[in-house]
Write a protein that binds this ligand. Structure first.
Ligand SMILES: Cc1cc2nc3c(=O)[nH]c(=O)nc-3n(C[C@H](O)[C@H](O)[C@H](O)COP(=O)(O)O)c2cc1C
Length: 337
């Protein structure tokens, strides 16, 4: 972990997807550490689950549920695997993953490359710590809603929570499931299939106020347990890197302001009726704390891990403890919103 600053130039010399594959392979080879123990100040109960700390690994890093134990061992309070689809699929043509180092950002158009539900099940069966399973629809699916229902039915026994992902920009038409009529139909079907595992809904940051109100209402009425705000953006704030005009979803530092604004919008739209999970451009304890103060009960990150290495989870939890103490909060829950 402490070696990451030394290893990073080697990793960054490789094509981004190759570097990611090698990272997963290297992580698989190391024995997993123990999941975090409950932190007296940072532990929080959300959707009936006891999170040892609020800092999670966002979906997309461990798509096939290969290294969740190792990542939990680095101090993440929870790990979200996936996106998984019912059947394996190759994703989009390469190259499809780009580092924008000058912007501390990434652009990806992976397109849900993954080995499918079946391959992930045995890897999740012996899980320790809190693991969420994020799922979506196959690109060539004839019935997308049926794919999501299959996600709930098949993956619930292998997950502490489930995430309905309707916000990837890289599967054509997927985000249209955020439209009110389609969303209500989807959430009704998913709700009917639900078991004990809590259901989270992950939304895009590229939404109008009217759309956010409709999503918030539909999610509350369908009894969803939390909203994850947000996925990558198709917008392009000013960027310095050469790769800025690649198609796909942008993540990392340039997403920070937009993701925070969207979190505030969803806090207002839900009126606190539903827990919120913040993602997008979180790089340090101050960013995490800003989201918590804005209404998030949990945070997730992915891109900052690429730039800072696996020590980031412990760095952020350490900073969060200091910030809570500074502001006189005995527990994280007191600081939410
Ligand atoms: C390479 C890459 C792949 C991703 N794949 C997924 C995915 O499969 N499913 C998903 O819900 N989000 C995916 N995401 C989005 C992240 O989970 C997260 O919402 C987003 O990147 C914003 O957080 P960040 O700025 O900390 O990276 C991916 C992000 C990146 C960078």
């Amino acid at each position: 972990m402490v070696l990451y600053p030394l290893v990073r130039p080697l990793v960054f010399a490789l094509d981004a997807e190759r570097a990611h594959r090698l990272t997963i392979r290297a992580l698989r080879a190391i024995p997993p550490g123990e999941p975090s123990r409950e932190d007296r100040h940072l532990a929080i109960r959300v959707a009936g689950l006891d999170f040892p700390n609020p800092v999670g690994l966002a979906a997309g890093f461990d798509k096939d549920a290969e290294v969740h134990r190792q990542m939990l061992g680095f101090g993440f309070g929870f790990v979200e695997v996936g996106t998984l689809t019912p059947r394996p699929q190759p994703g989009n043509p390469k190259p499809r993953l780009f580092r924008l180092a000058a912007d501390r950002a990434v652009i990806n158009r992976m397109g849900f490359n993954n080995r499918g539900f079946e391959a992930a099940k045995p890897r999740l069966a012996g899980r320790r710590g809190l693991v969420g399973v994020n799922f979506g629809a196959n690109k060539d699916s004839a019935d997308r809603i049926a794919d999501y229902v299959a996600g709930v039915r098949e993956m619930a026994p292998f997950a502490d929570y489930l995430t309905v992902n309707i916000s990837s920009p890289n599967t054509p038409g997927l985000r249209e499931l955020q439209d009110e009529g389609a969303l209500r139909e989807l959430l009704a079907a998913v709700g009917e299939a639900r078991t004990a595992a809590p259901l989270f809904l992950k939304v895009a940051p590229d939404l109008e106020p009217r759309e956010m109100d409709a999503i918030a209402r539909a999610a509350i009425e369908a009894g969803m347990d939390a909203l994850i705000v947000a996925n990558t953006t198709v917008s392009r704030p000013p960027l310095r890197s050469r790769r800025a005009s690649e198609a796909g979803g942008l993540s990392g530092a340039p997403l920070k302001d937009l993701a925070l604004r969207r979190l505030r919008d969803f806090r207002a739209a839900t009126g606190g009726a539903m827990p919120l999970v913040a993602a997008g451009g979180i790089e340090n304890g101050v960013d995490a704390y800003d989201r918590i103060r804005a209404g998030a009960s949990l945070v997730q990150l992915y891109t900052a891990l690429v730039y800072q290495g696996p020590g980031i989870a412990e760095a952020i939890t350490g900073e969060l403890r200091t910030l809570l103490k500074r502001d006189g909060f005995a527990t994280l829950a007191e600081a939410v919103g």
